[in-house]
Design a protein around this ligand. Structure first.
Ligand code: APR
Length: 320
């Protein structure tokens, strides 16, 4: 059987990390695409030379030509600009919307059957725009945010409770911005709800609230430390988990930015919700019951995403 083909659009910090992870896991042959000449070629060569040491079989190539992504099974998009300190994800919209248009056209022409995972920010608006520009089916175009946000929440909770991160199952809904909704009622440690752990005296409501706030600003905290760009290891790791769920038909329930129509009171919007990912891409959007507070917070997040879509439409008139 032919190897799978993974195309990475954007060969920057996340793109390079994605290529390394995909190669190490032998997920398939990898094509790194970027508009910057030499960068994808150089990274592909460097990464290829890890093969003999790490013992992976994967052909890694770099290109500036969309034709080379033809027939890709999975495409992961990180093309665009990242944040600098003091910027919000929303400040990237002007530049990154134009990038999504180019990428969308490349996908439409060369990879219309791929499962596409968008990482470029502001995520919920960019994945929506990428879907619009590419014309691919909604179930094959998803955004990576919830897996990362949940991982950030889980990391902080594991530190707080002094337990293994493996035992924390954290849950974050909504848009990938400061309005995201970490939901403690669906967050457990080995099946024990966080609220019960607080009742047992393992932490306090105030500490959990601080962790929720830190999770919401988790990306900005890293931007503030790095100063020259944004997080890349955990975003890449998160997207790889989503790609594996698709390629392996794993039916994993992952929080992803997906097109929601008819659930959560939404009539067609990309936003983060629990999603079954399998061989058909998005196989199901799971609608969970939310308490009043979570419902209200989710609405604030949805409204923030809607505002971004209005801004996108104002910038590019073709986005009806
Ligand atoms: N087509 C293809 N690649 C592009 C284009 C384009 N039109 N415009 C920019 N790029 C490339 C850049 O040349 C660069 O190599 O996208 C790459 C982005 O890499 P980085 O600047 O290192 O950014 P990275 O940290 O990988 O983040 C990428 O993901 O999480 C988001 O907010 C982040 O939007 C940002 C994106």
């Amino acid at each position: 059987m032919a190897r799978k083909k993974i195309a990475l659009i954007g060969a920057g910090m996340i793109g390079g990390t994605l290529a390394h992870l995909a190669a190490k896991k032998e997920m398939g042959d990898i094509v790194l695409f970027d508009i910057a000449e030499g960068i994808p070629q150089g990274k592909a060569l460097d990464l290829s030379q890890c093969g003999p040491i790490e013992g992976f079989d994967a052909k890694i190539t770099g290109t500036n030509d969309y034709a080379d992504i033809a027939g890709a099974d999975v495409v992961i998009v990180t093309a665009g600009v990242p944040r600098k300190p003091g910027m919000s994800r929303d400040d990237l919209i002007g530049i990154n919307l134009g990038v999504m248009k180019q990428v969308g056209e490349g996908l439409k022409k060369y990879a219309p059957d791929a499962f596409v995972i968008c990482i470029t920010n502001p995520l919920d608006a960019m994945v929506w725009a990428l879907r619009e520009f590419s014309g691919l089916p909604h179930n094959k175009v998803v955004g990576m945010a919830g897996v990362l946000d949940s991982a950030r929440f889980a990391t902080f909770l594991a530190w707080e409770f002094g337990v293994s991160v493996k035992d924390v199952n954290a849950f974050v809904l909504g848009g990938h911005g400061d309005t995201m909704v970490p939901v403690t009622s669906y967050t457990t440690v080995s099946g024990i709800p966080v609220d019960d752990l607080v009742a047992m005296g393992k932490s306090t409501k105030a500490r959990i609230d601080e962790i929720v706030t830190r999770t919401r600003g988790g990306g900005g905290e890293i931007v503030g430390l790095l100063k020259t760009g944004s997080a890349f290891y955990a975003p890449a790791t998160s997207a790889i988990a989503m790609a594996e769920a698709y390629l392996g038909d794993q039916k994993r329930i992952l929080p992803c930015a997906v097109y929601v129509e008819g659930k959560y009171g939404l009539d067609g919007l990309y936003v983060g919700v629990p999603t079954v990912i399998g061989a058909n891409g998005v196989e199901e959007v799971i609608e969970i019951a939310l308490d009043d507070e979570a419902k209200q917070n989710f609405q604030v997040s949805v409204d923030a995403v809607k505002e971004l879509l209005v801004a996108c439409k104002a910038i590019d008139g073709s986005l009806g």
